[in-house]
Design a binder for this molecule. Structure first.
Ligand SMILES: NC(=O)C1=CN([C@@H]2O[C@H](COP(=O)(O)OP(=O)(O)OC[C@H]3O[C@@H](n4cnc5c(N)ncnc54)[C@H](O)[C@@H]3O)[C@@H](O)[C@H]2O)C=CC1
Ligand SMILES: CC(C)CC(=O)C(=O)O
Length: 365
């Protein structure tokens, strides 16, 4: 992989490699764009097959955060960390504290939170070394685990997408195929079950499947069968790139709305589902609930205020669908435009301001 070439292609600002021999820490912090503010994005811990795969994941996820934060109206840029390791075996106090010191070294350019494989307890350890961490325990006056709030946002966004596809936003009686029933999707299933949706679930973790079957009367299928089940809505809530050449021909759903980051393997897959008439709720718009919640900590956390903002994901999805229809473009392009236009506006107004400041200072010297 030609790293600088990749970074140049999508205009990344910074890539930081963190190594600590004693704790076994191997982490990659990717900062994509800080035009709107410090880069905020979670830390993923995962067993990557190669270092290249980990770097690519960090870069892709960081860029996604730039778009997510911009489209959600947050004054934050995009960044993300991946820690190479097995979250079930490789965690220890020294590792997260060493990582915390690396974050502190960035002096506020990057703020972290939870993602796949990391927990509130891990964030509390990071917090021993730095204040640039969110999603820490409510005992510190913080917001805690973002997953239930992410789930609520996905539920709201799914209703907005359903309204477009079915003419009503009621999910009663709708069949929803949920891929991955981890932290976010378990809570999503709760909302869907309460509204009377029928659930089909899958996960590579059998305990997670059992819990969803027992708690929500869900039907379980094998991981590879989730794409082809008869359903109204496909909810990808595991890892990314599950909308691809292999899965698209199998899909029966009229709506795709789920929590996973980077759902489209490539942009061409967004074009393809658009041509098929599937209503796609762009991943980073629908799954912004968690980041909206943790970002509220930066103002002194208020859960009512945060939830109110998260409810707005419904109208954000409506807005994206409206732009897509107006301009006859896929929803993922409409979402990108929304985010890019906001960043461009802020970049222009801010650079003007800085230039003026620079002129004044240079005249003085
Ligand atoms: N936790 C949060 O607040 C947010 C999460 N997301 C994204 O949502 C997704 C889910 O996040 P979490 O629920 O926090 O993670 P999680 O790790 O709790 O849940 C993911 C689940 O997917 C399962 N899984 C992995 N590969 C699978 C496969 N091939 N087939 C079926 N199941 C599979 C795992 O066993 C796990 O149960 C991730 O893509 C994450 O980046 C996005 C925004 C916020
Ligand atoms: C989990 C969130 C708090 C932040 C993030 O990394 C995301 O939204 O993907």
């Amino acid at each position: 992989m030609e790293i600088f070439k990749y970074m140049e292609r999508y205009d990344y600002e910074q890539l930081v490699f963190c190594q600590d021999k004693q704790s076994g820490l191997k982490a990659i912090i990717a900062i994509h764009d800080t035009t709107l503010g410090p880069a905020l994005g979670g830390t993923r811990m995962w067993t990557y097959n190669s270092e290249e795969e980990a770097i690519e994941d960090a870069l892709r996820l960081a860029r996604g955060m730039t778009y997510k934060n911009a489209a959600a109206g947050l004054n934050l840029g995009g960044g993300k960390t991946v820690i190479i390791g097995d979250p079930r075996k490789d965690k220890n106090e020294e590792l997260f504290r060493a990582f915390g010191r690396y974050i502190q070294g960035l002096n506020g350019r990057y703020i972290t939170a939870e993602d796949v494989g990391t927990t509130v307890a891990d964030m509390d350890l990071i917090h021993e070394e730095t204040d640039y961490v969110t999603g820490i325990s409510p005992a510190f006056g913080s917001s805690g685990n973002p997953s239930p709030v992410t789930a609520y946002g996905v539920y709201r966004g799914m209703k907005a997408a359903a309204k477009e596809a079915f003419g009503t936003d009621s999910l009663e009686g709708k069949v929803v195929a949920v891929q991955g029933v981890g932290n976010v999707a378990y809570n999503l299933c709760k909302h869907l079950h309460e509204e009377g949706a029928q659930l089909i679930v899958t996960d590579i973790n059998k305990d997670a499947v059992r819990r969803a079957v027992e708690d929500f009367d869900a039907k379980a299928v094998e991981p590879n069968d989730i794409y082809s089940v008869e359903c109204d809505i496909y909810a990808p809530c595991a890892l990314g790139a599950t909308i691809n050449d292999v899965t698209i021909p199998q899909l029966k759903a009229s709506v795709i709305a789920g929590a996973a980051n980077n759902q489209l393997k490539d942009t061409q897959h967004g074009d393809l589902i658009h041509e098929m008439g599937i209503v796609y709720a762009p991943d980073y718009v629908i799954n912004a609930g968690g980041v909206i919640n943790v970002a509220d900590e930066l103002y002194g956390y208020n859960s009512e205020r945060a939830l109110k903002k998260v409810e707005g994901i419904y109208s954000n999805i409506e807005r994206v669908i409206e732009i897509a229809k107006r301009d006859n473009i896929p929803t993922y392009v409409a979402a990108d435009r929304l985010a890019e236009e906001r960043i461009a506006r802020m970049r222009n107004s801010r650079s003007q301001f800085l230039q003026n400041g620079h002129h004044i200072l240079s005249r003085k010297s």
